[in-house]
Design a protein around this ligand. Sequence first.
Ligand code: SF4
Ligand code: SF4
Ligand code: SF4
Length: 169
Amino acid sequence: MLELIVATTALFLLGVLPALLLSGKDEAGQSDREKTITAIDALLPQTQCGDCGYPGCLPYAQAIADWDVSLNLCPPGGDATVRKLEKLLGKSYRHTPPPMLESAVALIDEETCIGCVKCIVACPVDAIAGSAKQLHAVIPEYCTGCKLCLPPCPVDCITMIPYEAPITF
Ligand code: SF4
Ligand code: SF4
Ligand code: SF4
């Protein structure tokens, strides 16, 4: 029995452990690169919309980790996601607001809105104010124009309108 334990331990030390060290993986089997990608992906909205130019959130996370692409390519994530990515990756010099889609923001028709809250749940950047059975309204300065609030609205009372941020001096 003792021989079996010694043999098993030797096999582990000679086989598995060096393999882990050489691969740079931790005990959970994740390399530093994989851990970085997982951490980046966890900060992305997971809407899989593809507006960043990649086929989903995970491919964009992989591109950030592998090719150091810009951190501001995710419109649904908005400025808040850029800030979180900067904090994670220590790249404060990349802090610029993400591009808006079609320079448009959502507008809710007050006459038709039934206050069902579904748009608030869908909005990834908290750009819609309102509570159950009350009128909802979009805060244009927060809206990234991602249109994710449109499909869930049961009465189709949300439209996209052109928007230009007010000029401040
Ligand atoms: S734009 Fe943002 S939410 Fe959409 S797929 Fe890319 S990372 Fe995900
Ligand atoms: S388009 Fe709708 S879901 Fe997207 S940010 Fe604006 S209010 Fe939110
Ligand atoms: S989903 Fe449509 S009806 Fe429901 S609260 Fe939002 S705007 Fe109003």
